[in-house]
Design a protein around this ligand. Structure first.
Ligand SMILES: [Zn+2]
Length: 591
């Protein structure tokens, strides 16, 4: 009897411990009413608890964000390797999951906490996690996560409270991947390029049309992704993910970016995610990127479950295709290092589209009781499945030939800093030297009238080129274009690229003239200049056929001035030189 009692005591204490253990592992979401998302403090405390309890999970800090709190990353590694070199040597794949870039869209925060736990506690995953290391950013926009309220997303169905889209500087971090105004983006760039993930997920919730899907997805735009990786993504990974999600009862379709007022009117188009956006940025490093977008009108619970299921589907596909993913990315990296030409601008091909099945709701326009005008209305009692057009082809419109190296004067520190955040290899000139380079001159650009994410963004930039010999100084930077990060280098340093540093105002200083002339003095000199330059004189006379020009004395003098030796050569000259001849670096760079 005594022995039986002893065993009973042991059994019950084991059960209670187990229950306590299980309880301790529940996330705040799981303990709550199903419509609550963890606060910043709760999320970090949870990962700290996982870190303490499981040797396979490590919570690391990766710099400090704008709000003063550190950017965390939780590393789930079954082999307990937390060093990137070791992980790459182990030939493990890396999945990076980013959460709360838009803190009002927090499903990923809670789903990832559950996923991290399940990966180390569930038998199925423990067996499979030999080949993948999962990195989770618990909350990227920490300032926004802390700025919690009930209502900053007017059209969203829960949770009860959530954070705000702007960060501590009111920046949208999903526009900040190139300009890196936020400390968050600087730290993230460092994290991303240090770990070089094979696959990247950036969790979101969408606004927009109503339809039946709980989740839609943006995959890296396939024409922008390296062709080898793109081919794998389109033919293998996307069908597998769609199937996986269907099995999990969350059938998906591509992100609904309607061309007309409803998806079935003129179809939907694929989003051109330029590098300012998360998956546009990850594309620069041949990483397959996904933005799963849960639908704002569905309840928080199914949205969270779909987000969890999407990560699981990605993991399952990565496990199944691990060799393929490794091989295609290795090939892409190799090709990017050696390629001579690079596309830098794309536009949608309006003649090409796929037909996809779309599960929507019939829409109608009804009179508004508020305005008396027509308003759009989706009838959820009238679901439909229709074929709609999906415009998902983008054409290259500008392509450039890479130089051997870009030469960046050290004066442009903000640019150098950004290259450094991204682990771009740079050398410095060991002495002052004149180098023959190809220079760009900014011929044309448009500028936004209103500030956009803290900038007056340029677009439609056009350049001309000229061969120059330019003086550079000891300490100026040399970026050789033989790197796996070539696409980052080229799409930031080529001024005509969509999200170039030029377009983001990093070189605005060159657009302003520093010297002018006094017309009453220059007039006599101008006559002399024309007398000594027949070609310029002919051009000048031709210009005078234009009445406005003929009636504007200042414009005439300025035309002669800007075509003379008196005009400053650095005006509109892009300071980053394109060095075409490798041997010119002999003796001036220590390799
Ligand atoms: Zn979002």
């Amino acid at each position: 009897m005594k022995t039986l009692l002893f065993f009973l005591v042991i059994f019950f204490s084991f059960m209670t411990n187990n229950l306590n253990d299980k309880d301790a592992l529940l996330t705040p979401y799981e303990k709550g009413n199903g419509n609550q998302t963890a606060t910043y403090e709760e999320a970090i405390a949870y990962y700290k608890m996982l870190d303490k309890k499981f040797p396979e999970i490590k919570l690391q800090e990766f710099g400090k964000t704008d709000v003063g709190k550190p950017l965390h990353v939780a590393i789930v590694s079954k082999k307990k390797a937390f060093d990137v070199a070791k992980i790459k040597a182990n030939k493990q794949l890396i999945l990076l999951i980013n959460n709360a870039i838009h803190p009002g869209e927090p499903e990923g925060v809670d789903a990832s906490m559950m996923l991290a736990r399940d990966l180390v506690t569930q038998k199925k995953w423990r067996k499979l996690m030999d080949d993948i290391v999962v990195l989770i950013v618990p909350a990227y926009n920490i300032g926004g996560v802390l700025n919690r309220s009930c209502c900053s997303r007017a059209n969203q169905n829960g949770p009860e409270e959530f954070g705000f889209r702007g960060n501590a500087r009111n920046l949208d971090l999903n526009r900040d991947f190139i300009k890196c105004d936020s400390q968050n983006a600087r730290d993230f760039s460092h994290l991303f390029t240090t770990w070089q993930p094979d696959v990247f997920i950036d969790n979101h919730t969408t606004n927009g049309a109503d339809y039946q899907y709980v989740m839609t997805y943006i995959a890296t735009q396939s024409n922008k992704l390296h062709p080898t990786v793109s081919q794998y993504m389109k033919t293998d990974m996307l069908p597998a993910l769609e199937q996986g999600m269907k099995k999990a009862k969350f059938e998906m379709c591509p992100y609904v970016y309607s061309i007309g007022s409803t998806p079935d009117e003129k179809g939907i188009m694929e989003f051109l995610e330029t590098p300012r956006y998360s998956t546009g940025y990850s594309t620069l490093f041949n990483t397959i990127g996904f933005v799963p977008e849960t639908h704002m009108l569905k309840a928080f619970k199914p949205r969270l479950e779909a987000t969890y299921a999407f990560s699981v589907s990605v993991l399952e596909t990565m496990l199944k295709d691990k060799e393929k993913i490794r091989a295609t990315r290795a090939k892409a990296n190799e090709e990017v290092m050696n390629a001579q030409t690079f596309p830098i601008q794309w536009k949608m091909d309006t003649a090409k589209y796929d037909q996809i099945d779309f599960k929507g709701y019939e829409a109608a326009f009804v009179p508004s009781e508020l305005t008396g005008l027509e308003r759009l209305y989706y009838d959820t009692d009238k679901p439909y499945t229709k074929k709609i057009r999906f415009y998902n082809h983008y054409q290259t419109t500008v392509e450039i030939t890479k130089p051997y190296a870009y030469i960046i004067p050290q004066a442009w520190k903000a640019v150098i800093d950004r290259l450094r955040y991204n682990n771009i290899k740079m050398h410095q000139l060991n002495k002052d030297v004149s180098l023959p380079v190809e220079s760009y001159y900014i011929e044309d650009y448009e500028t936004g009238k209103y500030p956009y994410e803290g900038h007056y963004l340029h677009s439609n930039t056009k350049v001309s080129t000229k061969q120059n010999t330019i003086d550079y100084y000891q300490g100026d930077y040399v970026v050789i274009t033989n790197q796996t990060s070539n696409r980052y280098i080229i799409e930031t340093l080529e001024p005509e690229a969509h999200d170039s540093f030029f377009n983001w105002n990093f070189f605005d200083e060159i657009l302003m003239r520093k010297e002018y002339f006094s017309p009453y003095i220059f007039e006599d000199l101008a006559v002399e200049i024309l007398a000594n330059d027949a070609e310029l004189k002919a051009e000048f006379e031709a210009m005078k056929q234009d009445t406005a020009f003929a009636n504007n004395a200042w414009a005439q003098l300025d035309f002669i001035y800007t075509n003379s030796d008196y005009y400053e050569p650095t005006h509109k000259r892009y300071p980053v030189g394109r060095l075409l001849i490798e041997s010119k670096l002999d003796g001036v760079v220590d390799f």
